[in-house]
Ligand binder design. Structure first.
Ligand code: IPE
Ligand code: IPE
Ligand code: MG
Length: 252
């Protein structure tokens, strides 16, 4: 069990411990260049590489990237299929390098609709990096915040059928232990590129007290410099967690 921002006030550091990113704007990046949207997704993978490296250097503990939402199945079939192929190709190509750098890779989301080959690759990549102690890199694939909360409720009741007849005993800690991100502290910093200011069903539960940063850059243009700008902004935030400014100033 990890501390929860609503149950206790966490310690805040200059470098966020956990960053969660909605990598948005691939399609518009490509359209602006008269390229097919899929070219933007391909370029987006390079931005992932840059940001993973920069986070490793900065000493970030957890980086969580939204790669495919539970609503992205609504896209045209050829785009969905390109995204799946790109996911497979990227796993095949990048896992060695991630492993060399000590990255521990996890994929969260409802993986059941993915083709068996992709599910196998995911399992292998996770097994291969499970003992690494560097950056914790999590890719959210077919992830939805509401799906996550629902699957946590179902898993909790399966593990503790007694709670069904005694629902008053259900508390935040019991439930959050079954959420997909139970292994990580809640995100300190959320970044969304691409200019939209919404959560789009990402970590609905976990973002309760996260600082929200929105960048107009399209994801393929995002890199170490843009990440540093987000860190700078983050350092200016006063994270009150319900308290007043005076209370924070008086803290030893
Ligand atoms: C984000 O970029 C990548 C995925 C959702 C997979 P988009 O594809 O949403 O790019 P825009 O928002 O259409 O520009
Ligand atoms: C959110 O981006 C999902 C990912 C980046 C994977 P979308 O582009 O799908 O979000 P909406 O549809 O604009 O809210
Ligand atoms: Mg988008």
């Amino acid at each position: 069990m990890l501390p929860s921002t609503t149950l206790s006030v966490p310690e805040c550091t200059d470098v966020p411990r956990h960053i969660a990113i909605i990598m948005d704007g691939n399609g518009r990046w490509a359209t602006k260049r008269f390229l097919p949207r899929t070219a933007g997704h391909v370029r987006g993978v390079q931005a992932v590489r840059r940001v993973v490296e920069a986070c490793g250097k900065k000493g970030v503990d957890y980086l969580t990237l939204f790669a495919f939402s539970s609503e992205n199945w609504r896209r045209p079939a050829d785009e969905v299929s390109l995204l799946m192929r790109l996911f497979i190709k990227t796993l095949q190509k990048e896992v060695d390098k991630l492993d060399d750098r000590g990255v521990k890779l996890r994929i969260v989301g409802d993986l059941s609709p993915f083709e068996p080959r992709l599910q196998d690759l995911i399992k292998l990549a996770e097994q291969r990096t499970e003992h690494n102690t560097g950056l914790n890199l999590t890719i959210a694939a077919n992830y939805g915040g509401r799906w996550d909360i629902l699957q946590a409720i179902k898993s909790l009741l399966q593990a503790r059928p007694d709670l069904a007849v005694n629902p008053q005993s259900i508390d935040e800690t019991l439930l959050s232990d079954f959420l997909c991100m139970a292994f990580a502290p809640e995100p300190d910093l959320f970044i969304r590129t691409g200019g939209e200011q919404r959560i789009s069903n990402f970590l609905v539960w976990q973002l309760a007290y996260t600082e929200l940063y929105f960048s107009d850059d399209f994801w393929p243009d995002f890199g170490a410099k843009e990440l540093e700008a987000a860190f700078e902004w983050y350092r200016t935030r006063e994270r009150r967690f319900g308290r007043t400014s005076d209370q924070i100033a008086k803290k030893p």
